[in-house]
Write a protein that binds this ligand. Sequence first.
Ligand code: ZN
Length: 249
Amino acid sequence: MRIFSKSLRDPETITLADRRFDVSVNRMKRARRLTLRLDTHGSKVRISAPETVEAELIASFLERNRPWLEQQLASRPDLDVIRDGSMIPLRGQETQIVIDASANQIELDDARDGLRLRLPKRGEPILRLQRFLITEARRDLTARAERISGELGRSFRSLHVRDTKTRWGSCSSRGGLNFSWRLIFAEDRVREYVVAHEVAHLRHMDHSPAFWAQCKALCPPDLDIDWAKQQLRDHGKRWHAMVFDGSVP
Ligand SMILES: [Zn+2]
């Protein structure tokens, strides 16, 4: 009989290069040995393990592979760990992050030498910044979706912002809209296009000419859809590379 005690839990996090990573352990009947990988976005360490292997063994396996994981991270120069002094493109405008002991809440300053977002020092300012950005994204995208779906005369069922990796937005057949919160880094007109695109799917669930005609009709007349798509291609990598200090997206 196997006795499980609380002290023998699978590892849940590991700190690598000053960042905390979630560890997910997948125990599989058919796995014959321990394997590990850093997921494509570099945000999670995934371990596959045989079903019966002890948690302690998994922990020591993880420790043994720490140098390899650190090396994997170092070979991804595109990660941009946001900290005091970092620049982020807030609504497409380069904005400097400043941690400021005198700030009581997150404040946007339009200083002569550029935009600054001042964060209170207490607690975890960068995690707080990420929550702020997600909230801003949700508010902005919801307002656009309500306005544009009103023009279309179809309502959406729900709207969620997530940290999607491959798509900026999606629309389910039941009318649920999903967006990446990282669209807050795009210029307003790019978000306008992405929302118009997903709202147009409330009527056409395909990418037929009728869909594109609808999408175009929902965009402002002077919005160049090809330009908006190109913005997503040109800047998407940077938006995804931003990591908010120890927080795992
Ligand atoms: Zn689409």
